[in-house]
Ligand binder design. Structure first.
Ligand SMILES: Nc1nc2c(ncn2[C@@H]2O[C@H](COP(=O)(O)OP(=O)(O)O)[C@@H](O)[C@H]2O)c(=O)[nH]1
Ligand SMILES: [Mg+2]
Length: 243
């Protein structure tokens, strides 16, 4: 942190829906890498009434790691990822926010790299990218790869954001920046991630990229479906027309 008078704190927002098996591992790995790097942090788990008992697992983790480190902000029912971030953000005490999936697709070992890049260049946003350098995707079938690549390609073509991975959801934000972005984004669901980057560009925020390897979930199910793809196309056209 080279002489900063304020010590940075990182809030990790972990939205969960049926992640009972994954949560203990992801929490362990986050604590490992944050402790190793000596970064002050908290993890906010936003569980949306998972029927598999994810919240009970989260409570156990809280009793192990302490309520300073693990903060629980559950909601009664499944209300979607976008609003889960907004909900968690309200309780964040860090000046930096990390958002990531809880299904082990995003490895916490990349967090220190994101933090270092942010510090070097005082960036507003650092995003993990699967589509540059050593980044990559593992375990997806052809259809899923095509959808992700296609979404990125179309968006690059129409909106020219200058960021290689638009639909990824492994990112580090300055808290104020995330608050501004969240309140100006109109879309819900997967497309939310793309809109965040487009808006960030619109507001001239600085964005850096860290190559990440994305590994498909082993436990549980993805929530990507036909409606999400349709939503994406709709939002892309909306952004094309309005930004
Ligand atoms: N709180 C909350 N979390 C969700 C919801 N939908 C998905 N998640 C979580 O968001 C992350 C990404 O979801 P996932 O289904 O893995 O998306 P995919 O990897 O793009 O297929 C995971 O940690 C999920 O548990 C939701 O409605 N509410
Ligand atoms: Mg996933």
């Amino acid at each position: 942190m080279s002489g900063d008078s304020v010590k940075n704190k990182y809030t990790v927002l972990l939205p969960t829906y049926n992640e009972k098996e994954n949560l203990p591992i992801i929490v362990y790995l986050i604590t490992k890498y944050m402790d190793e790097g000596n970064y002050p942090y908290e993890i906010i788990v936003i569980d949306d009434g998972s029927p598999d008992g994810t919240l009970d697992a989260a409570k156990q983790l809280q009793s192990i790691y302490g309520s300073e480190k693990i903060v629980l902000k559950p909601r009664k029912k499944k209300l979607g990822l976008g609003t889960a971030y907004m909900h968690g953000l309200k309780y964040a005490t860090g000046n930096f926010i990390i958002i990531m999936d809880a299904d082990l697709s995003h490895h916490p070992k990349f967090i220190p790299e994101m933090i270092k890049l942010q510090q070097q260049e005082n960036l507003d946003v650092v995003t993990g990218t699967r589509y540059v350098g050593t980044g990559g995707v593992y375990g997806w079938d052809f259809k899923r790869k095509l959808v992700s690549r296609g979404a990125n390609y179309l968006t690059q073509l129409l909106l020219r954001p200058g960021v290689s991975d638009l639909t990824g959801s492994f990112r580090l934000y300055k808290k104020q920046v995330l608050e501004n972005l969240v309140s100006s984004c109109v879309s819900k669901g997967y497309v939310f991630q793309m809109e965040m980057v487009i808006r960030a560009r619109q507001y001239n925020y600085t964005i850096g990229e860290v190559p990440i390897s994305f590994v498909d979930r082993v436990y549980g199910e993805s929530k990507l479906g036909g409606t999400e793809i349709f939503q994406f196309a709709k939002a892309l056209l909306y952004l094309f027309a309005t930004t």
